[in-house]
Design a protein around this ligand. Structure first.
Ligand SMILES: NC(=O)c1ccc[n+]([C@@H]2O[C@H](COP(=O)([O-])OP(=O)(O)OC[C@H]3O[C@@H](n4cnc5c(N)ncnc54)[C@H](O)[C@@H]3O)[C@@H](O)[C@H]2O)c1
Length: 349
């Protein structure tokens, strides 16, 4: 049986990867130090919930440990055929307050995973969870038009942001820098050391088992705040638009990558132009599904906030024969149903 290592596997995306590939016959090892709450400086039921959930799945082995520690990562990477590297400090806001931890987790942590993969002698395939934040403030140079409930890219950019978009000469935030560092190292280890590598620059991934907070995971956070009556703040005017990708569609793209002949690749990954929502539109969807109307507080735009981000997913479509299947209206309804069922998890601690 092929063996897979999922770093950050107790997190939202990692746990879905672990579950999916175990169901496909992989022997999956999840490595996680359960630090999400500590990193985001908030009480976080995520790790505990996903940890317990994963332990009930056949073919999944859970190991608590840190990707930065050589003695932990080296033996695990050496036995893996595929490494899904999802572990990270994930919030832009935290990265500006504590850039050292952000760098150590995302840049150094990724380097440690790659070195362990290289030295393990098995030349595993590495799938890297990169981010649209690698394009930094350059995205704000794309023209946007304003409509009643949303912004949209001007016609020239109607397909979204492609992989060839510039990463240079702009601000990024520490998170953008640390993730880009990992992104470039993953590509280079592919070119130089013969690892098969897939860099997936993801925009907004959402789904079940996502414990969103104000700082990270906004779709789940809006749903949780609405259901629990917690105060919700919109930074900016709420017309910001993102392309939304249901987490199982993301994992489907990784599977398509593994089954393809692609070797060293970069893909922009999101719902693309057809699957987008603005913040205001998400609130409308939540109200339509639950009957709960939320009146958010308003605050100023945050540093590096993008009015629109939409991934150009044509490369993934062409190279992987992949397309997203779950629309935002279907996905948001599924997320709400899951959150309603697990409402007890979201009570303040
Ligand atoms: N969720 C999104 O929309 C999105 C978008 C773009 C990129 N990403 C990237 O996808 C990946 C997964 O994101 P997520 O939303 O599942 O986040 P998450 O916070 O739910 O998962 C990250 C996991 O990594 C673990 N972790 C952190 N530092 C670690 C360390 N040093 N050693 C071991 N484990 C560690 C955490 O405990 C957590 O369980 C991250 O790399 C993130 O940057 C996510």
């Amino acid at each position: 049986m092929p063996r897979m290592l999922v770093t950050g596997g107790a997190g939202f995306i990692g746990s879905h990867a672990a579950e999916h590939f175990a169901s496909r016959g992989y022997d999956v090892t999840v490595l996680d130090n359960l630090s999400r709450g500590r990193l985001l400086r908030k009480a976080d039921p995520n790790a505990e919930f996903n940890w317990t959930y994963l332990r009930s799945i056949p073919r999944v082995r859970c190991i608590r440990g840190d990707i930065r520690e050589r003695e932990v990562i080296t033996p695990l990477a050496a036995e893996a055929d595929v490494i899904v590297h999802a572990a990270a400090q994930t919030a832009v806001t935290t990265s500006t307050v504590d850039p050292s931890t952000d760098f150590e987790t995302n840049a150094l942590g990724t380097f440690r995973v790659l070195e362990a993969a290289r030295q393990g002698g098995r030349t595993p395939t590495v799938i890297y969870c990169s981010t649209n934040k690698v394009y930094g403030e350059n995205v704000n140079s794309v023209g946007v038009a304003e409509e009643a409930q949303r912004y949209r890219f001007v016609e020239e950019w109607s397909h979204g942001i492609p992989e060839s978009f510039s990463i240079d000469r702009c601000e990024h935030t520490p998170y953008g820098c640390s993730k880009l560092t990992g992104d470039l190292y993953v590509q280079d280890f592919g070119h130089l050391y013969g690892l098969r590598t897939g860099v997936f620059r993801m925009s907004c991934i959402y789904g079940t088992r996502q414990f969103g907070m104000e700082d990270q995971g906004w779709v789940a956070w809006f749903v949780i705040a609405a259901l629990t009556g917690r105060p919700l703040t919109i930074f900016g005017d709420g017309k910001q638009v993102r392309d939304l990708l249901w987490v199982e569609d993301l994992v489907g793209a990784w599977e398509a990558f593994l089954e393809s002949d692609a070797r060293v690749e970069v893909f922009n990954m999101g719902g693309g132009p057809e699957y987008t929502l603005s913040l205001l539109e998400l609130l409308e969807r939540i109200e339509a599904e639950t009957g709960i109307g939320v009146t958010p507080a308003r605050a100023d735009w945050r540093p590096s906030d993008q009015k629109v981000y939409i991934s150009d997913i044509r490369r993934a479509r062409e190279r992987l024969g992949w397309a997203p299947a779950v629309s935002p209206s279907q996905g948001v309804a599924r997320l709400i149903a899951w959150a309603q069922e697990h409402q007890a998890c979201f009570q303040e601690r």
